[in-house]
Write a protein that binds this ligand. Structure first.
Ligand code: SAM
Length: 219
């Protein structure tokens, strides 16, 4: 790995994993991935000590790296099987993408803000991870590379974002999406049972930055 990862960072990651267990995350694969992926590399060195706190944190372009609990929660709901083809909407820092890659997924990740996509691509390259990076409006999904075993949306979406994304799932696939208003969203898991049937489950409330674009909150 071409990034600095010290014993101190590894120790802080172990504590973060303990905190996530205490908060109810039980998926061992997800916990192992969080214990493996360095999160401090996405932070400016002066904010190093914040990297393993269970908090969202500002990144470039007014966006955020999601809270580790949120990353763990969404990754658990997605139930990634090795080799699964996953579309991530909202690359942001690239941290969630690393967790999906550690879980064995083949990841297509789309980001609205070109600069963020470029920075994430560079950083994941240094870390030795390989994903398919796209710049564009992920509120339309990315049918050209679908259908997907799973789609994970990491920005807060209005309800109309659901339909176009469900269309790009394989039968048996899952969409994990926070849906609500600009302040608060409920996490939904939408499972595609057949071409005609979906099952929708609702989980906790979260507060994401807004999904922009055609099926998002516009700009
Ligand atoms: N998954 C990210 C991580 O691990 O750092 C966190 C993502 S951040 C909470 C949400 C991201 O969604 C932002 O980078 C934002 O630019 C992006 N975004 C918002 N609307 C989008 C859209 N329509 N298509 C693609 N990305 C979008």
């Amino acid at each position: 790995m071409g990034v600095k990862d010290s014993y101190k960072h590894k120790g802080m990651r172990r504590s973060l994993v303990r905190i996530l267990r205490e908060k109810g995350i039980v998926n061992e694969g997800v916990l192992e991935a969080i214990g493996t992926v360095p999160r401090h590399v996405f932070f400016d060195e002066i904010f190093d000590s914040h990297a393993y706190q269970d908090k969202a944190f500002p990144i470039a372009e007014g966006q955020t790296i999601s809270q580790p609990y949120t990353v763990a929660f969404q990754s658990d709901l997605l139930d990634v099987k090795p080799g699964a083809k996953i579309l991530e909407v909202g690359t942001g820092s690239g941290y969630q993408c690393c967790i999906l890659l550690e879980l064995g997924a083949d990841v297509v990740t789309i980001e609205y803000k070109e600069k963020l996509s470029m920075l994430a691509k560079q950083m994941l390259g240094k870390m030795g991870y390989h994903a398919h990076f796209l710049v564009g409006d992920g509120s339309n999904g990315y049918p050209q590379l679908g259908p997907y075993d799973g789609i994970i949306v990491t920005a807060g979406a209005p309800i109309r974002a659901i339909d176009p994304l469900v269309k790009q799932l394989k039968v048996g696939g899952k969409l994990i999406i926070p849906v609500g208003d600009l302040k608060s969203q409920k996490m939904l898991r939408i499972s595609k049972i057949s071409e005609q049937q979906i099952v929708q489950e609702e989980f906790n409330n979260f507060a994401f930055v807004p999904l922009l674009g055609d099926n998002g909150w516009k700009n």
